[in-house]
Structure formats: C-alpha cells, structure tokens
Design a protein around this ligand. Structure first.
Ligand code: ADP
Ligand code: MG
Length: 706
C-alpha cells in the first residue's frame, strides 16, 4: 500500500463511501486518511460505573445493557427517544432528540454496549444525551488496542455507514498494512528534541499503545507541522533578503538633519530613535526593506514615518543631476480619507519652512486637481504623497518612488502590498505601521517574512488612560463627569457600534444617541459634531475639522473614528454597547484619548447582563492598557479564525498544532529553523528539506510523498 493509493480500494471503503469521504472531508488517498487525526481516544481500560458517577459533564465510558425504549412525540415533526441503560451498579437514561430512527433500529435489548458521553443530573436521575454507543463485542474484539480512536464525522457520513467506529475500523486496517514511513525531520533535530519517528507517530496517533505514546505522537506531529510552517516563512524571508535588491539610500541629508534639529518640539523617545536607526540601516543596505513597525497607539509612529520619508527624499534618484525633481519620492498610505487628510495636515505643519513638496491624493479630489497631482508626481516635482488606496491605482505613476509607508496595516491586504511593489524598479522599500499589536505566537509565524521593529515606549508625561465599566443606571453620573471635563476645556467622544450591519438602522441608533446627548448638553453652550458612514468624505472631513479646532465639544461617531484620529485635547471616550466590540477594536478606540498631557478616561457602557466572553473582554480592558496583553487575550477569546489577516497565512489550516495553545512549540520550531538557516542557508545538508521547499507551499510533506 502506498500513501498515494486511491482510498476506494481500501477494505471497508469502496466507490460509494470513497465518494462520500471525498465530498465531506476531502479525503481521496490513503495518505489523506492517515492525516485525518482522531480528536480523542477511548481508553478501554478505564471505565466508570453508574453508582460511582459524581460530577456533571465529565466524559465517562460505561458498559451495560439497554431496555425500555420509548419514543415521545414533542412537536409536529419532533420526537424524543429515551432508553434505560443499566451497568449492574445502577441505571441511567439515554436521550436522543434527533436521529432517533437510526438509534431505534440499531439498539438491541440484551446486547452489551459500551457508551461514552457526559452525564448530567436531571430530576435526581443521571442522564446522557446523544452518547457515543458501540456494541461491546466490537470494542473488545482484537484487544491488542487499549485505546480506540474517535473521529469527527458528519451526518451524511453516518447515513452511509461511515460513523466514527466505521472509520476507526478502516484506519485500523490502514495502520496495520502501511509500509514503514520515511522520516521527514532531520535526525539530529529529532534526537535533540526526543521526538518519535514519523512512522511511529503517524500510526500511534490513531492506535497508541499507551497514553504516553499518544502524547509523544501528538507532540511529534505538532512539531513537524509547526516546523514546516516556519520553514516556509523563514526560507521565503531569507530568499527575499538575499535576493531582492533595493534602491540603496545611503545619504542622511539636509532635510533630515534640519528637521531633526529644528522642527521637532520635543526629544525623540529612545524607542523612536532605535527604530529609526533600524530603518536607516535597511535603507542604506542595498536590499529592499520590508519592515513592520509595531507601536501602541500614541507611541509616535507618525513622526517615525515622516523622518523615514525624509531619509528617502534626501537621496538623489540618479547621480547625474541634482535638480529638484531628481529626488527620491516617498508616499504614505492610510486606510481612510479622514486619516489621510489628518496625516497630510500634520505632516504639512511639521514640514513648514523645509523645501519639501507634499501633496494629498484621495478619491474625492476633483478630477482636475487629481490630474495635476498625477502629472507633477510623474515629473518628480512632488516629494511626498499622502493618500488612500487612490495611491495604488494603475494610473498613478511616480518618477522615483523609493519608499512606501503603510499606516495601520490591518486594513490593507496582501494584494495591495503587491501592487505597490510594481510601482517602481527596483521595488520601493516598504514600511508597515501598525498599532494593533500582534500576539507573539502569531508574529512569529505570520511575520516570519517581515522584519519587525517595536516602539515599546510612550512619550514622557503620558498618563495611561483610566478605563471604567458602567451600566445604564449610572449614566447620569457619567454625564455629569463629562460636563465637568467639557467645562474645564476638554473634549469628548461618544462611539456607537455598527449594530445592524445596516447603515440606515445604525444611523438611527446614532441619531437617538445624539438626541439624548444634546438634551443633556444643550446648544448653543455645547456644540456637537457627528461622523458616520453615510456622510461623504467632505462632510466627514468638515465635521472632524470642527472638532479638531475645538469648535465642537462632543464628537458622536461610529467606528469610522477608530483608527489614528489625533485630537490631543479630547480626554474622554464613551463607548456605547461596548460589549459589541472586539478587544482590539476597543483598544484602538481607547487610543483616541490619552494623547495629550491631561489624564484621560475611557468609559465602557454596557447593558447589565453580559455573556462570560463579553465580561472577560470588558474586564481585560479595565485592567490593562498594554496592547500586547490585549492582543493575546483577543486571540485567546476569539480564536485565530477571527483575527484579520490570517486567512491566507496557513495558520488556520493546521491539523493538530495550535498557535494559541502550543506557544512553546511555536517558539522552539521558530528558533530551530532560524539556527538551521543561519548555519546552512541553502539547506545543502538537508536534501529532504530542500525537496520540501521545492515542492510544497504551506502543505504538509506527508501527504505528498510516501
Ligand atoms: P501613533 O503611534 O498612535 O500614530 P502619533 O504619531 O499620532 O501616534 O503620536 C501621538 C502624539 O504624540 C502626537 O501628538 C505626536 O505629536 C506626539 N509625539 C510623538 N512623538 C513624541 C515624542 N517623542 N515626545 C512627545 N510627544 C510625541
Ligand atoms: Mg498613527
């Protein structure tokens, strides 16, 4: 038997079931089936008794006989099946609410069954609903296996006789008949980490001899999975670093120096300096830079972005000429027009008096203005271009694009990054800025191909934002607190979630909120701005501007306000229905305050009753302002499936390892791959790994070769 053999030829499968396996689980070959791991095992040696049952909801295995089968009709098409189960020490009730016909046909009085499930106490009696059930004769036969595998199966599979037991029979044959499987991990590595051989692990993951062997098999397979994931990322990274030439930008010129000495009203933090040095080292290396800068909200990423762009602009594009239009160009891309506009204003102000041409290009610009900007860009007259996605449209041509800064990267797809690459030859250096910290385990895998810098320090004199959780009854107190703040000259935000996913209805929530707010804060004494998705870009910008200039005291907004908006005088953000926001979103929103010298506050308004998950999120927000801690909690609470940007990462396709639960293994494999590539960049001593690199992309070697 070979791993590549068609599954339909296996004993117990056949063409009909093969079709079902392919349709339901994408299992087509023997190798595919081998890689379909059980999610748990039944330990036949440990058996509970009904008399000994104690706790609700723990998984037990019981052996006994059934009697007294009863069907109760509970609705037009609904029925409930109850069966008594006795194991000699006592009896309990088995209950089915679905699939009753199948159970009725299958269960026979007097036959011994092994059942598995989670008993609960109901009216003083133990009951198990929808237990796994198997004739004891099957479970006991061939007693050489102390553990029986349990597989996930679908309804459709069960209907075609492919329940977990049937699958277990097939994998038993499979494991018995398999030839010795070849090894995929280098021997020294396997020995060093005391890993089972691949041959032993792949068999034992289905039919282990002992708990210890099962654990070892799981470890080995997780290790393998993470190892190859790391190899994919790190090898690609190394290739890029060694292969892709970038435009060398060696000069630190007058723009940068003058700006540094005369234009910044405050000293850079040590973290900002360090990150700038890292960026500069990249820019002059001659290799193309791909660097991710992580820095919590308010850590001063904009300044780092600007100074990096000045480093670029200081360099002539060609040595032949020192004409003004022969300088390298840089652009800064933001996810929304509000942000692009704000960046443009901030940067223009900071650059005042310096010979730098900076322009703003957004979708809502008038065609004539757009055309003129594009022309000047192509002529090299514009040094720095700020904008939204409009920057990467096909008809935008730079003369000498050397550096692209992408702010708040989580809104930008891989596609868009690739598009940027094609904007110049050699491809521009890329600097990605994000305020949404990535949990360590993710960063290790996801950004194996980016260099990372961290601005892990806030400018001096910042007070961490104080966060409070409040419910409706205390709203009057919240409002009177806001009044104090506004009367002391501060400004406040109110943020409403997108509740209905329907802009019209959402707007109504916002408008109801606005009415309530304005009844408490009457005009003309208190002025209010409102920003939401139904406004045009110009209207949004107008409202933002009034708030920024202090002409309004209160900003009522949906989450369009989320990213990057900078109004240092705003000291309170009230987040309505806070339970509806994800953690990283709450963290982003909170970052709108605490940007000036005054103590700032974040007030999370929720309803009284919260789900455990919501409660945990709110609790996390109230207890820490550390973005990394929040990111880790987010990953734990939501699972990786909901984290943006992970879809194409391969992280979600893992079969057995988990980047949430297997952090030590993630770290170990990352380090091992790193050392391996450092010592032997072409993997010349590891032909198998070379073969893997050559043949596979994010897919495990196991199923590819036997
Ligand atoms: P973010 O990292 O969230 O993008 P910003 O770049 O918007 O942060 O900076 C937040 C605020 O901190 C801005 O008002 C900026 O002028 C200010 N700032 C940046 N660097 C420093 C520094 N080294 N010292 C004092 N204030 C700084
Ligand atoms: Mg920012």
């Amino acid at each position: 038997m070979l791993l590549t053999d068609d599954i339909s030829y296996m004993k117990g499968v056949g063409p009909q079931r093969a079709k079902i396996l392919a349709a339901e689980l994408d299992i087509r070959t023997v190798g595919d089936l081998l890689l379909y791991f059980p999610f748990r095992h039944i330990d036949r040696s440990v058996r509970s008794t009904i008399a000994g049952l104690q706790d609700d909801n723990t998984l037990v295995v019981l052996k006994g006989v059934v009697s007294n089968m009863q069907t109760v009709t509970t609705g037009k098409f609904r029925e409930r099946l109850t069966v008594d189960f006795n194991d000699g020490t006592g009896s309990l009730q088995l209950v089915w609410f679905a699939g009753t016909k199948w159970v009725r046909e299958k269960l026979k009085p007097g036959v011994e069954y092994l059942i598995m499930g989670r008993p609960t106490r109901y009216n003083m009696q133990w009951q198990i609903s929808h237990p796994e059930i198997e004739a004891y004769s099957y479970v006991d036969e061939g007693s050489r296996h102390p553990f029986l595998p349990v597989y996930n199966t679908t309804e459709k599979m069960k209907q075609h006789g492919l329940g977990t037991r049937a699958l277990a029979r097939i994998t038993e044959t499979l494991v018995d008949q398999l030839p010795t499987l070849s090894e995929t991990l280098p021997d020294p590595l396997r020995l060093n980490f005391r890993l089972l051989s691949r041959n032993e692990a792949l068999k034992a993951i289905h039919y282990p001899d002992s708990q210890a062997q099962l654990d070892a098999a799981r470890t080995r397979l997780k290790f393998e999975e993470l190892f190859f994931l790391q190899l994919d990322y790190q090898y690609a990274h190394q290739q890029r670093v060694t292969a892709s030439m970038g435009r060398p930008l060696p000069h630190v010129g007058p723009l940068f120096n003058t700006f540094y000495k005369e234009h910044i009203p405050f000293p850079l933090t040590d973290a900002q300096k360090r990150v700038l040095r890292e960026i500069h080292a990249d820019l002059r290396s001659g290799r193309q830079m791909n660097r991710l800068v992580q820095g919590d909200v308010g850590s001063g990423k904009t300044l780092v972005a600007l100074m990096s762009m000045l480093l670029a602009v200081d360099n002539p594009a060609t040595t032949e000429s020192d004409a003004a239009n022969n300088r390298c160009q840089a652009c800064l891309m933001a996810p929304t027009e509000i942000l692009a506009t704000q960046h443009f204003q901030t940067l223009s102000r900071m650059l005042e008096g310096l010979p730098v041409r900076i322009e703003l290009l957004t979708g809502s610009l008038r065609p004539a203005a757009k055309k003129s900007i594009k022309q000047q860009l192509a002529d090299g007259e514009i040094n720095i271009l700020v904008g939204t996605h409009a920057l990467i449209e096909d008809d935008v041509h730079f003369k000498n694009l050397a550096l692209v800064v992408i702010d708040e990267q989580h809104r930008f797809g891989v596609e868009q990054r690739a598009k940027l690459w094609r904007k110049a030859t050699p491809p521009p250096h890329i600097l990605v800025m994000t305020a949404t910290p990535i949990p360590r385990t993710l960063a290790m895998t996801l950004y194996g191909d980016l260099d990372c810098s961290v601005i892990d320090q806030l400018p001096p004199g910042r007070h961490p934002v104080r966060t409070y959780h409040r419910t409706e009854p205390r709203r009057p107190l919240v409002f009177s607190f806001l009044k104090q703040q506004i009367d002391a000259g501060r400004q406040v935000y109110f943020v409403y979630p997108l509740i209905h996913d329907n802009p019209k209805l959402d707007l109504r929530d916002l408008e109801d909120g606005l009415e309530m707010i304005q009844s408490y804060f009457p005009r003309p004494q208190y002025q209010t701005s409102m920003v939401h998705g139904q406004l045009t870009a110009e209207e949004k910008a107008f409202e933002m501007q009034r708030f920024k200039e202090g002409k309004t005291h209160i900003m009522v907004a949906t989450t369009v306000i989320e990213v990057g908006v900078d109004v240092p005088n705003a000291t309170v953000i009230v987040i309505e229905n806070a339970e509806r926001f994800g953690l990283s979103q709450l963290h982003q929103l909170r970052g709108r305050v605490g940007r000036g010298a005054e103590q700032s506050y974040c007030i999370l308004m929720t309803k009284d009753e919260l789900s455990p998950n919501s409660r945990e999120r709110i609790r996390t927000m109230c207890s820490t302002t550390d973005g990394f801690q929040i990111a880790e909690a987010d990953l734990r609470l939501r699972g990786p499936g909901d984290i943006q940007g992970l879809q194409q990462s391969g992280v979600l396709d893992l079969r057995i390892a988990s980047i949430v639960d297997d952090e030590p293994l993630v770290k170990a494999t990352r380090d091992v791959v790193h050392d391996l590539l450092a010592e032997d960049p072409t993997l010349s001593r590891y032909p198998l790994l070379q073969q893997y690199i050559a043949h596979s992309k994010n897919k495990m070697l196991w199923s590819k070769i036997s």
